[in-house]
Design a protein around this ligand. Structure first.
Ligand SMILES: Nc1ncnc2c1ncn2[C@@H]1O[C@H](COP(=O)(O)OP(=O)(O)OP(=O)(O)O)[C@@H](O)[C@H]1O
Ligand SMILES: [Mg+2]
Length: 243
């Protein structure tokens, strides 16, 4: 299997507080990796370091063979290869659903408007939001917003999609729709790194589950290994609380 993303000895400090400690981790092409762990364990910070929303304090990120944190590396270009879906959607409130999916393509990827529109429509259709292209974010439900956010990320045709608790802000009846879209993307072969509290989803869809605790990866393995025969006491405790 081909590694798409590799992280070596990644560290992140906020002041004196070290929140990521020597993280080694990689993602292969087509792999779905779910990151689980208690609140404050560093899951979001890890994703934010990977997509450079936070600057790592140390270590390296290797993407398609290039060392991203090296001086002179084209970080902007790297960031366009990663799609991000946030808990709070982060849609552009003053733009229509369609424009939300077009803007990045035009401004960042320099696609022409017509091409960008065709691509946006393709992905809005995929997530079942093509009937809402003229709506503003405030006019649609949370679940629908998240589907648009996924279509927006897909419209950039990223190599890897990162999700940070994409269903945690949703009403319970909306969660299933979003998870089933993510499941479909996994089936299509999309490479995905997903921070989630949805243990059933992780068990069902992940190729690999990573358990984080206190800024380290305490253990990782297949869903069967992590959920059925966890090795570490703290993994067992966590699972007892959330399952
Ligand atoms: N911008 C920041 N400045 C200072 N400390 C931060 C910042 N962002 C995160 N932290 C700290 O880093 C630690 C890890 O936070 P992080 O948000 O990554 O955890 P998490 O695993 O995503 O938790 P949750 O499940 O609650 O989302 C926490 O102690 C948090 O207070
Ligand atoms: Mg978080």
């Amino acid at each position: 299997m081909k590694k798409v993303l590799e992280i070596n000895h990644l560290n992140k400090k906020f002041g004196q507080n070290t929140v990521l400690k020597d993280i080694d981790f990689s993602v292969e092409a087509g792999e779905v990796v779910c990151i689980i762990g208690p609140s404050g364990s560093g899951k979001s910070t890890l994703l934010r370091c990977i997509n450079l929303l936070e600057e790592p304090t140390g270590g390296e990120i290797i993407f398609q063979g290039g060392k991203i944190l090296d001086k002179g590396h084209n970080k902007k270009k790297y960031c366009t290869k990663l799609g991000m879906v946030f808990q709070q959607f982060n849609l552009f409130e003053n733009h229509s659903v369609l424009d939300n999916c077009i803007l990045g393509q035009v401004t960042v990827l320099k696609r022409n408007k017509e091409e960008a529109k065709a691509i946006a429509l393709q992905y809005l259709k995929k997530v079942g939001m093509d009937a809402y292209i003229h709506a503003r974010p405030r006019q649609i439900s949370g679940g629908q917003k998240q589907r648009v956010a996924i279509a927006r990320a897909l419209s950039m045709e990223p190599e890897v999609l990162l999700f940070d608790e994409p269903t945690s802000a949703l009403d319970p009846e909306m969660v299933g729709d979003v998870l089933s879209i993510m499941k479909e993307l996994a089936k299509d072969g999309m490479t995905m790194l997903i921070v989630t509290h949805e243990m059933e989803f992780a068990r069902d869809v992940a190729d690999r589950v990573v358990f984080m605790d206190g800024g380290v990866i305490l253990e990782e393995g297949t869903p069967e290994e992590i959920f059925n025969v966890p090795k570490e006491e703290r993994t067992k405790d966590f699972l007892k609380r959330v399952l």
